[in-house]
Design a protein. Structure first.
Length: 277
């Protein structure tokens, strides 16, 4: 280990981004499309004056947003937490911004120390296509019954084999995950699916929403969710819902890691969440 490596300090950061600006989270080796990871590493490297690699709590797909993505990075460069945050944001493109930076122990890892992750999926339910925020919510023109959707979603609570909701390209070693909570709430034309799980499989949230939508329309019974879960066959489930309405909103870590990443947002629905507590 070099002296620079020995002197390195581990930092955590909370990042917000609009997925519509990026071709997903992960840096692409053979493609030039912008990614969140590449943008962050370039900006951090500018401030640190050396190449910086980052790890994240959960990789997101093209079009998927985040309000509380957590990353970690190492650097021997001496900067204040405020200096890191403001300096990095100066070098970041529109659509991504660091919200907090702080020193953490060397044993912190954004992905492997996470005990649970939280996602929210937002649906704009009206007949006419919206012009505003069209890339930050999923438009669904058919009437949806949020109460039916909520009741169906409760079949997913607990530890299950989520093979039916797993994309074919998923590389996770096991499809068995524990769903801590899932709810469906409606405010006027906005419907929110709120999920917390030990970890999520590739496309898992979008595939769950793909089953909830026909149940909400009344085309499938509430029991269809359990049928799909039990059959353990992706081909028997619904469509993969669009990524536009999906937000990575929080991570749960052991108490010794004081990272401010409890579930929050997105900002335009946070007042509704605050008043419903």
């Amino acid at each position: 280990m070099s002296d620079a490596e020995k002197a390195s300090i581990r930092y955590a950061a909370v990042v917000e981004y609009n997925g519509a600006y990026f071709h997903g989270w992960q840096r692409q080796k053979h493609h030039s499309e912008p990614t969140v990871q590449a943008a962050l590493e370039a900006a951090l490297s500018q401030v640190a004056n050396h190449p910086v690699d980052v790890g994240c709590a959960g990789r997101t797909d093209t079009g998927v947003h985040a309000t509380r993505q957590v990353i970690h990075f190492d650097s021997p460069s001496v900067r204040s937490d405020y200096g890191w945050m403001m300096g990095v944001n100066t070098h970041l493109p529109a659509g991504v911004a660091v919200q907090w930076v702080g020193k953490v122990g060397d044993d912190f890892h954004a992905r492997y120390k996470a005990q649970a992750r939280r996602y929210r999926y937002l649906i704009y339910n009206q007949t006419a296509r919206p012009a505003l925020m069209h890339d930050q919510m999923t438009w669904w023109k058919y009437d949806l019954n949020a109460e039916l959707m909520h009741e169906a979603a409760q079949h997913l609570i607990g530890e299950h084999d989520f093979t039916s909701f797993r994309a074919k390209d998923c590389q996770a070693k096991s499809p068995i995950k524990e769903m801590h909570r899932i709810s469906v709430t409606r405010w006027g034309k906005i419907i929110m699916v709120d999920l917390e799980c030990s970890a999520f499989l590739y496309h898992m949230v979008r595939n769950i929403v793909g089953v909830l939508l026909p149940i909400g329309e009344g085309r499938e019974p509430i029991s269809w969710m359990k049928d799909v879960l039990d059959v353990k066959n992706r081909c028997k489930a619904g469509v993969t819902a669009p990524g536009d309405g999906l937000y990575f909103v929080g991570v749960q870590y052991p108490e010794q890691f004081d990272v401010p990443c409890k579930a929050w947002g997105p900002a335009f629905i946070q007042p509704l969440l605050d008043t419903s507590k």
